[in-house]
Design a protein around this ligand. Structure first.
Ligand SMILES: Nc1ncnc2c1ncn2[C@@H]1O[C@H](COP(=O)(O)OP(=O)(O)OP(=O)(O)O)[C@@H](O)[C@H]1O
Ligand SMILES: [Mg+2]
Length: 305
């Protein structure tokens, strides 16, 4: 019986509105060079530094079909490799005696290949987004995939083989948040040692302006104004969490819906920017802290908008 596959495979398409500034091009080029040299890559950085977007962009440049996995604490290695799932129920309709409809239950559990197996078997690109949210044991199976190019398969899998030779076209792209983030596990040293880590930080100003303009449809001038507010707020050191590129994009998109110009004299803009930036930069409840941040934002809006 053929092994079943339960996987969504994505076409390697360019992303719409993807911004390629010198900074972004530089990172993508380095990543593609590492991949061509035969190494898995790993984009690591705090939230909103473009890890997932870059992983998808690089995968589209590799040109092979893409399978994507999101790290999850509940994951076990069978979620990656495959496992035995459920029962099969078949309806049999007798063509001669129309009243006969019988249901056959196939009591054998059936092996279903999961994403990692499919990617290894066909040489697809695997994006394992936020892989450190899975428990390290669940990721152990990747060690031999990345080093010996062998995927160990549980004996239960039909078809006999207990391992699968990884197709030479297989590529792996990982992303992760820093280890101090909530819900993130420390990577095994052995796994980290098998991949090339590219550390990402907030984008440079040029890239932030270009992304804001591309994602919101705001003019370059207006995009620059919001980006100025956000970058100075980030550098003020007053925030619990530094605001990311998501801030200007949210403000710009909301302003489009609510109407009005991007100016300190437009109360709608001011209210939107204050609400979005305070929510992005502090935890719910810390009111005194929020008041301080609001003061800084107000000052920056007055200066730059
Ligand atoms: N090169 C780019 N062109 C256009 N938009 C981009 C680009 N890079 C990032 N973005 C946008 O910036 C935002 C943050 O990017 P992304 O989601 O990739 O960050 P991340 O590092 O994966 O964040 P998280 O750790 O929270 O998952 C998204 O809205 C994304 O669409
Ligand atoms: Mg992400």
């Amino acid at each position: 019986m053929p092994v079943e596959e339960l996987t969504t495979v994505l076409e390697p398409r360019p992303l719409s509105n993807f911004v390629e500034t010198e900074q972004v091009k530089g990172i993508a080029e380095r990543a593609l060079a590492y991949i061509s040299a035969g190494f898995p890559i790993h984009f690591r950085g705090i939230s909103g530094t473009g890890k997932t977007t870059l992983a998808m962009h690089v995968a589209s440049k590799v040109g092979r079909p893409v399978v994507m996995i999101h790290g999850d604490e509940e994951f076990s290695s069978s979620d990656l490799v495959g496992g035995e799932y459920g029962y099969r129920i078949r309806k049999v309709v007798d063509n001669f005696i129309h009243s006969v409809l019988k249901t056959e239950e196939d009591m054998q559990k059936r092996w279903v290949d999961n994403r990692l197996t499919v990617a290894c078997k066909y040489g697809f690109t695997l994006i394992y987004d936020e892989f450190t949210r899975s428990r390290p044991e669940a990721n152990n199976t990747l060690l031999s995939v990345l080093q010996e190019k062998m995927l160990d398969l549980p004996a239960a899998r039909e078809g006999g083989e207990s391992y699968l030779r990884v197709d030479p076209n297989f590529t792996a792209i990982f992303t992760s948040n820093p280890e101090e983030y909530a819900g993130v596990y420390r990577t095994q040293d052995a796994l980290r040692d098998r991949m090339i880590t590219v550390d990402l930080d907030h984008f440079d100003k040029e890239t932030e302006i270009a992304i804001t303009a591309a994602k919101t449809g705001l003019s370059r001038g207006d995009s620059e104004k919001i980006v100025n507010v956000v970058r100075n707020l980030r550098e003020s050191g007053k925030c619990e969490y530094a605001p990311t590129i998501r801030g200007p994009v949210m403000i710009g998109k909301t302003l489009k819906v609510r109407g009005g110009v991007l100016s300190k004299d437009n109360p709608i803009f001011k209210e939107t920017a204050l609400e979005i930036l305070t929510s992005e930069t502090s935890r719910v409840g810390s009111r005194t802290h929020q008041a301080k941040v609001r003061e800084v934002i107000n000052g920056l809006i007055g200066k730059y908008c």
